[in-house]
Design a protein around this ligand. Structure first.
Ligand code: CO
Length: 621
């Protein structure tokens, strides 16, 4: 990849990763890829992004495929074009920090199985979350591409991005990507940013990645190339546009018209496209066929469409869809409070859920998710801008804030993980890494794989196509894992409770703490008028006298913290104000409800029953 001073521009094809993740819920199968892999390899792309992101999880969860085998098979065919993957830094492909030994071994095995270029990014742009992954890529002979996760805010200045690029240059990156995951980078801003990067790091090849979400990406690519970017990410036209990348064929012509040579041949691209046009009929989920071609709202509020649909589904679960405009107004405020993180997994979820709680709770940060707590305490990394001290103290609660590199706190994990998997299910070392990243999903796949060839359970993705996807046992139905955390609320939580025997289900088992009760013991009492909204649930005259304990949100009521666990408080127990006495699960958040007074408690709701916001759960006499 040479910068454009030579008038040569290369194109990375994202069809086999980001494009189908954006448009087909990542449901493309290895066989689909192998049938066209040779043609793609011969087309003249700079690289083929074909692994990482959500592909790994979906392979095992929905397709019952081994992602490592997919990589080996693609590599066996694609011998000319480097393979590329998206690696979430210290999060690898998951949603939490993994210990360094797991990061290093994952990268080593990816290299060994054929991966060439690793685009390493971090949601917070914290270089400490990138350093182990980048060092490992270098150690095992891969091409380490550093990344700027692009966003806009008062602290995300061109100077700050240049500084971030230089920090990654010092780590030894081979090239640098500007990752515009929300499609908010304008042509003017791209010209300025790329121009500054080329000036500050003249030898560093620069690649630009964007999404057509807002309709700007093709124009932005041209501006970036004119400013000196040497490579842009596109998808074959059938797999392009909407929330995917700009169409490759169009970009080739746009660039040619300005005197740039991409080395790509339209005839070959047309043949490749014909294949995907045909494949679309069987692989595009019905839901994505309904998406608007351009989400112009992004231009107004800079919130990606996927995030808005998540917010919408959370609000719908709370019977509060009418409050979406308030949440859209609240979200930038919450993001500012939290130090302006770029909105990409997992920060998009953290900021999104917290904004919903800030609106529905009636008091900003009255309820705080466990994730927000950890985020504010530094466990995800350094926030782009510092969180205001007083707010940070409130958000962090009893958690100890850290300033070190978060992964420094983690003990090596590989050996322990290997011991957790039944030996007869492990076929290769790669399986242990699959398990480290997605324990439940990997075990499900290993067990499926161990079934006799003629008696295997159906493949979840096949059931989905027959409209039976929801019947897949223990699985979340047809949802991309990137959005699964948000979208599938009650059902997924119930499955999780059953699977994990509690609410500690990794990224899904969130907890929220009701700070309003801590701050103001009378707060819940003050809201007692809320019981009017659930008069149909609780006949007011039937409620015994005393201080009510109210549901802060619509959700499911639990007397214990998980199946098999004892009740948190028994009827007639003497409870102390502030002690957790029951649970309301909502929006996948596991919300301990605290006693509102000292006294004897009487529960009014049965374990496992749905409750509505403001409903009286118990009374303390
Ligand atoms: Co992308």
């Amino acid at each position: 990849m040479k910068n454009a001073t030579l008038k040569k521009v290369r194109i990375t094809d994202t069809t086999l990763r980001d494009a189908h993740q954006s448009l087909w819920a990542t449901r493309m199968r290895t066989d689909d890829i192998l049938k066209i892999a040779e043609a793609i390899d011969n087309a003249g792309y700079y690289s083929l992004e074909c692994w990482g992101g959500a592909t790994f999880d979906v392979c095992m969860r929905f397709l019952r495929e081994n992602p490592w085998e997919r990589l080996r098979q693609i590599k066996a065919v694609c011998k000319k074009t480097p393979l590329q993957m998206l690696l979430r830094g210290q999060n690898i492909l998951g949603y939490k920090h993994y210990p360094d030994d797991i990061v290093e071994r994952f990268v080593a095995l990816a290299c060994e199985n054929g991966m060439d270029i690793f685009r390493v990014f971090d949601a917070l742009n914290d270089p400490r979350n990138l350093e182990k992954a980048i060092a490992s890529v270098k150690k095992y002979g891969g091409h380490a591409q550093g990344t700027i996760s692009y966003t806009t805010s008062p602290v995300h200045t061109v100077e700050a991005y240049v500084k971030l690029a230089k920090e990654q240059e010092a780590m030894g990156i081979d090239s640098l990507a500007i990752k515009d995951m929300a499609g908010i980078l304008t042509p003017g801003a791209a010209r300025e940013l790329v121009g500054a990067l080329v000036k500050a790091l003249p030898e560093m090849p620069i690649q630009v990645h964007s999404h057509m979400t807002s309709g700007m990406a093709a124009a932005m690519y041209l501006a970036a190339v004119e400013a000196g970017a040497g490579c842009v990410d596109c998808a074959i036209s059938t797999m392009s546009s909407f929330s995917s990348q700009p169409p490759c064929e169009s970009m080739v012509t746009i660039l040619e018209s300005e005197g740039y040579d991409t080395g790509l041949d339209q005839k070959k691209l047309a043949d490749i496209n014909a294949y995907f046009r045909e494949l679309k009929a069987t692989r595009q989920p019905a839901s994505s066929a309904k998406v608007e071609p351009v989400d112009a709202g992004v231009l107004v509020h800079a919130i990606p469409g996927g995030m808005i649909s998540n917010l919408r589904s959370q609000l719908a679960q709370q019977g509060a869809l009418d409050r979406l405009p308030e949440v859209l107004e609240e979200l930038p405020r919450t993001r500012a409070d939290m130090g302006y993180p770029p909105l990409v997994t997992p920060t998009s979820q953290i900021v999104g859920v917290q904004s919903v709680l800030n609106v529905l709770g009636g008091k900003r940060y009255g309820m705080v998710t466990d994730e927000t707590k950890h985020y504010a305490a530094g466990y995800y990394g350094r926030t782009p801008a510092p969180i205001e001290k007083k707010l940070q103290k409130k958000l962090v609660g009893d958690l100890k804030p850290i300033t070190c590199r978060p992964a420094d706190l983690l003990k090596p994990g590989l050996a322990a993980a290997a011991k957790e998997i039944p030996a007869k299910l492990i076929k290769a070392e790669e399986d242990i890494l699959s398990y480290c990243l997605f324990p439940e999903v990997a075990l499900g796949y290993f067990k499926w794989r161990a079934q006799p060839a003629d008696a295997k359970d159906p493949i979840p993705a096949d059931l989905e196509m027959k409209g039976e996807g929801e019947n897949v046992k223990g699985e979340v139905a047809a949802v991309d894992p990137e959005t699964a955390k948000f979208a599938q609320i009650g059902k997924a939580f119930a499955a999780l409770m059953a699977a994990c025997g509690g609410a500690k289900g990794g990224d899904l088992g969130l907890k929220i703490e009701d700070l309003s009760l801590k701050d103001e013991p009378g707060a819940a009492k003050g809201e007692a008028g809320g019981t009017r909204s659930c008069a149909s649930e609780n006949d007011a005259s039937a409620i015994p006298a005393g201080t009510p304990v109210l549901a802060p949100l619509n959700g499911t009521f639990y007397r214990s913290a998980g199946p098999g666990k004892p009740e948190m408080a028994k009827d007639g127990d003497s409870v102390k104000s502030g002690a957790p006495v029951c649970i309301v699960e909502a929006m996948k958040l596991f919300n301990p409800i605290k006693a509102t007074a000292n006294g004897k408690i009487t529960f009014l709701v049965e374990h496992g029953k749905p409750v509505t916001k403001g409903q009286t759960l118990a009374v303390i006499a």
